[in-house]
Design a protein around this ligand. Structure first.
Ligand SMILES: Cc1ncc(COP(=O)(O)O)c(C=O)c1O
Length: 402
């Protein structure tokens, strides 16, 4: 028999599938067997895209707006993004500093691949969004996770950042509001981080602001607002979360013109521009302002409070209060090492997530995928009744472990 030799490149074999997607696959398999699974694993708004945005897309189709567009996006959209940055973030860009792509995900990948050389270290504020680490691997960089303390709502401090910097550090990456923790950096905290970066002129930052609108505490602050580092910040944002447009595939970055040009070049060889119709939808979204987002945010806040009310009643779960996004990220370390009613020991968060899927029929994502092996992530972007039922079941299942 001939030996099966893998044709896959070494680069690809280093990359893993996102745990979020892997978990939702498992949940779907169980649901296909007729089990009533509640999936809280994917980070996806359960709202419809607002009607005025859909209408703009229909109009684009009817007008025959169906051709290739410039790679970094149509001029009106890039201008509208500059206007949005000026109006809402006090950031002042020219359209040649904006690159629109197929989601914030592509914008992040563009930035990482444009900035990171083999062997460069990338400090990733941890817990972090699952794809950061894999993107850094794709660029042959080295991820240096820096874990924020639970007592500080998992937010990395300037002192922690300073301690992690080496002569090989090229980039820092973080999200605020944060997926998975929901933590939001204040102006003061970001100012301290900017002060560290100001002392290290070789280091760049990727600020992932995709959850900007889903913020329960007030003003969103951008790292790029600090003049001492503004030139070295790539600000990533998009439409998926704030406008409930995950399936449309559109997001963007703003960066210094040479870095934006590099991202444009990279994107021109991989995907070209995102869909022309989607771009018209994005343009309408921005022109409509953030009123539709504000309605959704009110619902996310209500659900967060609903869920916190239940989980705070579950003994031994430690759940910081998320200030934004739509997740809760409890520390579950007290349950590790306990036994199921069948006597099986739960060794780690992966086994705990599987146990909850099998026993409570609720899908969560193990925290190790986010660099936090003592946590589980649950999305709260689901209907109230589903959330109540899911956390009722979780309480029962966790209560059976001893
Ligand atoms: C922190 C963070 N950044 C980026 C993305 C990607 O967003 P998009 O769907 O616009 O590619 C997500 C999606 O889950 C996210 O949670």
């Amino acid at each position: 028999m001939t030996e099966l030799i893998s044709p896959l490149s070494a680069r690809l074999s280093r990359i893993t599938e996102p745990a979020t997607i892997a978990m939702s696959k498992k949940a779907r398999e169980l649901a296909a067997q007729g089990v009533d699974v509640i999936s809280l694993s994917l980070g996806e708004p359960d709202f419809q895209t607002p009607q005025y945005i859909k209408d703009a897309a229909k109009q684009a189709i009817d007008e025959g707006f169906t051709f290739y567009t410039p790679v970094p996006g149509i001029a009106e959209l890039r201008q509208a993004i500059c206007d949005k940055f000026a109006r809402e973030n006090d950031l002042h860009f020219q359209p040649n500093q904006i690159v629109v792509g197929t989601g914030a995900k592509q914008a992040l990948a563009n930035a990482v691949l444009s900035l990171v050389d083999p062997g460069d270290e990338v400090i990733v504020f941890s817990p972090y969004w699952v794809s950061y680490e894999e993107m850094v691997k794709l660029a042959d960089g080295i991820t240096v996770p820096v874990l924020g303390a639970l007592e500080n709502d998992y937010k990395v401090t300037a002192a922690q950042l300073e301690a992690a910097i080496t002569p090989r550090t090229k980039l820092i990456m973080y999200s605020s509001p944060c997926n998975p923790t929901g933590a939001v950096f204040s102006k003061e905290e970001l100012g301290e981080i900017a002060a560290v970066l100001a002392r290290h002129p070789r280091i760049w930052a990727v600020a992932d602001e995709i959850y900007e609108y889903i913020n329960f505490v007030g003003e969103h602050y951008s790292l790029a607002r600090f003049p001492e580092v503004a030139e070295r910040v790539v600000t990533v944002n998009g439409f998926s979360k704030g406008y409930a447009m995950t399936g449309w595939r559109i997001g963007y970055l703003a960066a210094r013109a040479d870095v934006a040009a590099a991202c444009d070049k990279l994107q021109s060889q991989f995907t070209s521009a995102t869909c022309s119709i989607t771009q018209r939808a994005g343009l309408a979204a921005l022109r409509g302002g953030r009123a539709s987002a504000d309605e959704m945010v009110a619902a996310y806040r209500r659900r967060r409070d609903l869920v916190l009310g239940i989980v705070r009643d579950i003994p031994d779960l430690i759940t910081p209060t998320p200030e934004g996004a739509f997740y809760i990220f409890p520390d579950v370390s007290a349950f590790l090492g306990r036994r199921t009613s069948e006597g099986v020991i739960i060794n780690d968060v992966n086994e705990l997530a599987l146990y909850l899927l099998q026993d409570a029929h609720v899908a969560a994502v193990p925290g190790d995928a986010f660099g936090a092996p003592s946590c589980l992530r649950f999305s709260t972007a689901s209907a109230d009744e589903k959330l109540v039922e899911a956390f009722r079941r979780i309480k029962v299942s966790l209560g059976k472990l001893n």
